[in-house]
Design a binder for this molecule. Sequence first.
Ligand code: BDR
Ligand code: CA
Length: 445
Amino acid sequence: MPATIAGAHEEGVDGVVVVGAGVVVVDGVALVGATVVGALDAEVEGTVVVPVAVGPAAGGAEEQAVTTDVTAAARTAHRAMDGRRRLWLGRIVRAYPRTPVVPSGAASATDRYVAAVTTEPTPIVLDVDTGVDDACALLLAALHPALDLRAVTCVGGNAPVDDVVRNTLLVLETAGRTDVPVGRGAERPLLEPPVDARHVHGDDGMGDLGWPPAAMKADPRHAVELLRDVCREAAEQERPVTLVPLAPLTNIALLLRTYPDVVSGISEIVFMGGAANVGNATASAEFNVFHDPEAAAIALDAAADLGIPVTMYGLDVFYEPVVSAELADELVSVGGRGPAELAGSLIRFQNARFDRPASTIGDAGAVCVVIDRAGIRTEPLPLRVELAGTWSRGRTIVDRRDWSGDMAHDPHGEAPVRVDVALEVDGPRYARLWADTVLGRVGER
Ligand code: BDR
Ligand code: CA
């Protein structure tokens, strides 16, 4: 019973149509066997995506009565579409305005996919110092259907901030996300001169891949003002964002101290930084916290003051989700200067630089936490940032003692800040989530 929705997109944009293998979803109604005229994206052959008006222009009551089960429609479409097309389905359902339809006890890969694309996506903002592994994180945040990437802000860290902005724009454009505003932020730490990590990330900060720069431009707002605006807007919409800092916390400290009202637009902070155990920049300290310890201390103190829950995805888990050289080759072989090729090239760069057979997805693990929190085990632990110390400046001192003892004998007392510290991760699970997403195969395996 093919139906035709001719010119529907001309009527206004308050609904969404997805076509895949004869399944169309119109504002909560699945039309099976419909045809859409007026594709906005002709590039994806056989799959068209058209914003439509709800009501008579969307095909009429007869067609809308075919099924109202969005989940079933998504399931059918998922089975029928190849990897690249699935991304498009995800992107469209992400914009979908209605109440989520989530299968209970979702177990199979298809169920997980359907849950991802029919659940209201989580608004998210990344603060980055791109950065090979920041690029991995950006690809995941830009492409996974369970996330609604609202903005990306940049800070000097792995590379000088202008290089970070250039790299970030390239990643987002490669992912087809030129709609995401990118803000240039702090050039240097609050107190000390900047250092970089080009010995880790390459001269350009992102693996020296030699890809041409993006045509996309940065937002004119400073990162702190962009963050402020996005958080305030999220508060108005009553859809607070998850803030995911993957870099020195300079922008975040400035934001929370300058505009504390943004708290109502932030649901939680999941940051990459710190460690309960060993460091990397020094024997004691992790790079992001070491680079700007005052900013880390201020950001964590402000979050505690404002009541923002914080999860620390630190070095205790950072190195565990790894991608093999074979999988990197598979990603690169997709070609076309798309997300998979970029993702594979970033892993290859790390393998070569450190002479390893596999490399971590790094910062992308913190984005995995937002999508799939069950992949980590955390403990709420008191935490301080070491601001002095001869050999330990920038260390996160995570208090793992059993406080059933006599606290009165510790002259420091318990730290006023408590953070959910990630102590274990299911590395293969996060690595698979990342690779499936950049391949456009979310939920396939
Ligand atoms: C962190 O520092 C940077 O080099 C990486 O991008 C990551 O955010 C690891 O210590
Ligand atoms: Ca980083």
